[in-house]
Design a protein around this ligand. Structure first.
Ligand code: SF4
Length: 236
């Protein structure tokens, strides 16, 4: 039974967000995760791009069995699919493979080849934003692994925030983590990592839209390189 069910059954979700966002800003990561697990029970899930399993490792310690949504766009690297399968085998979580309404072949038949090159915003909407939105409909809240230092648009985000686009709560427990903290946590805990990280890909998305990055370059500069795009739209 969750706090929502026991204490204040009519509590407005936006009220929860406002008070929690203030109370938990700067709080230890596990405190944020414990609050979310106690508040939302089985009505919270986690989303992962399978770049690494740091957030999955953290959350599964507090809430084993949690649903982990992975958006399988049909354009992923084989290494990313392998990481998804390894996560499913190693951690006590329930991995859910979320797929777009059309396969890649069906999309190409309907909209022409290489939509990612001609209109990446539409491609990301159809293959990422829309399917994830549908999959999230059964939940009240979701954990995301975004971090402030990743992009300019993430700097002003809050640890607990109201997801206006989907009408639900979004919890960002590692928002303040630096890359060094990520690296240390992964090493100290033997966390699963997408092997592409060791091959020059510090940020990993779909294969047609992800390039390796030289040491010292912006880690996200290999995503949609030359397209004037830095976010798929899930986190905007
Ligand atoms: Fe399409 Fe590229 Fe977006 Fe993947 S990252 S959904 S291939 S535009």
């Amino acid at each position: 039974m969750t706090l929502l069910e026991t204490d204040r059954p009519t509590l407005d979700l936006e009220d929860i967000v406002e008070s929690a966002a203030t109370a938990l800003e700067g709080a230890p990561t596990l405190e944020v995760i414990r609050w979310a697990a106690a508040t939302f029970g089985d009505r919270i899930c986690l989303t992962s791009s399978m770049s690494d399993a740091a957030l999955i490792h953290l959350v599964s310690k507090v809430k084993p069995g949690i649903d982990v949504l992975f958006v399988d766009t049909g354009y992923h690297f084989a290494e990313t699919i392998g990481t998804r399968d390894a996560v499913e085998a190693v951690y006590p979580v329930n991995v859910i493979n979320v797929t777009p309404s059309r396969t890649v072949a069906e999309q190409e038949a309907a909209l022409g080849p290489r939509l990612n090159g001609r209109n990446p915003d539409l491609c990301c909407h159809l293959r990422k934003v829309e399917p994830l939105g549908k999959a999230l409909e059964g939940y009240m809240a979701w954990f995301s692994g975004i971090r402030r230092e990743e992009t300019a648009s993430r700097r002003d985000r809050r640890v607990v925030e109201w997801d206006r686009k989907r009408g639900m709560v979004k919890v960002n427990p590692i928002l303040d983590w630096t890359q060094q903290q990520m690296d240390d946590y992964i090493e100290d805990n033997g966390v699963l990592v997408n092997p592409l990280h060791y091959d020059g890909y510090p940020s990993i998305g779909c294969e047609p839209c992800t390039q390796p990055v030289a040491p010292g370059e912006d880690p996200r500069s290999g995503r949609w390189a030359g397209m004037g795009k830095s976010e798929c739209g899930i986190h905007l």
